[in-house]
Design a protein around this ligand. Sequence first.
Ligand code: GAL
Length: 416
Amino acid sequence: MFKLSTLAAAVFAASAVLSAQAGEVEVLHYWTSGGEAKSVAELKKIMQAQGHTWKDFAVAGGGGDNAATALKSRVVSGNPPAAAQIKGPAIQEWAAEGVLGNLDAVAKAEKWDSLLPKVVADVMKFKGNYVAAPVNVHRVNFVWANPEVLKKAGVAGMPKTYDEFFAAADKIKAAGLIPVAHGGQNWQDFTTFESVVLGVGGAKFYNDALVKLDAKAIGSDTMKKSLETFRKIKSYTDAAAPGRDWNLATAMVMQGKAGFQFMGDWAKGEFLAAGKVPGKDFLCAAAPGTSTAYTFNVDSFAMFKLKAGDAQKAQADLAGAIMSPAFQEVFNLNKGSIPVRLNMKMDKFDDCAKLSSKDFVDTAKTGSLVPSVAHGMAIKPAAEGAIKDVVSQFWNDDKVTVADAMKKIATAAATK
Ligand code: GAL
């Protein structure tokens, strides 16, 4: 009797402790493809192991446009999720609305300032306070290929220049296969476009034209050449490309229907989730002309102000979990990206990730580490959206001339 009541008391005490600490975290994200879902499941596991309840707020749609719309309506109605996948300059815009919480307690305790590259930490802060936690570094200027397709078509290896790329594409076409797997959605069009601009013009030109939005650069011969090259790539895509999701384009490469895909390294997460082996079943390389440059895309979760104490605790634990070495490793092994936390061991990572990690460090030194415009790292969302629309119109409609597109990009760049 005595023993039983002691046990009962202990159980009661334990559950009281758990319920005092445990809370719910509602997390808005757009990670719904095979590789993405596997990655985010790791975060859910960590939170559940700490006794918290994970409320999944997944909004399908690569690149996150649909998720951004869903987030706006929830915040406007005064009911924000605990965390939302927001990145780059959009973090500042949300923070300026006064709706984000302050993560300084956990950031100071865990020494985030010394664990993150300064450029990344600055993006996560608003007026000096942490409001978001970063999960990874994706490299956008990658091209993926099916080695069997290349072999069948008589292509010797990954193309390093656009001349080599178009020669390879011609061979794949002649072999009766689709040279380039593409999903015609404006963020995917721009993912290809920015890699072309980087490859044709180099990192300085990319920065001038797409980040600083310098009118001279936008009106230059280099931009003309970039648009011509971009349009030429389109002629190697299939008629069913419009509207296709990015992961379905990756599947075309995987299944040997297509040769190449221009896509960030979340595509690798897709190959891996399907059990494919890098270097054997699929190849990765920097997009033509971009091996000494790097377009980065850092995913992060911004945290919204919450009232309830248990919810705040769960939210702080989520931020802590995101930056933990264990999560940074397992998440990025699945996601295709590399850890954003500095000094992480890369021994479990494959060669594509090792290449990304090395190039990230090297390009930071040479000044050719540039923010991805397609993935919300570089410019204010309004101008980004307007420029993306112009580039997609150009891609979709051959009647839009290169000169027209250049003028329209310049106008779109001024969107406030
Ligand atoms: C990117 C995002 C990646 C990846 C991709 C496709 O913008 O940063 O994490 O998920 O979209 O949805």
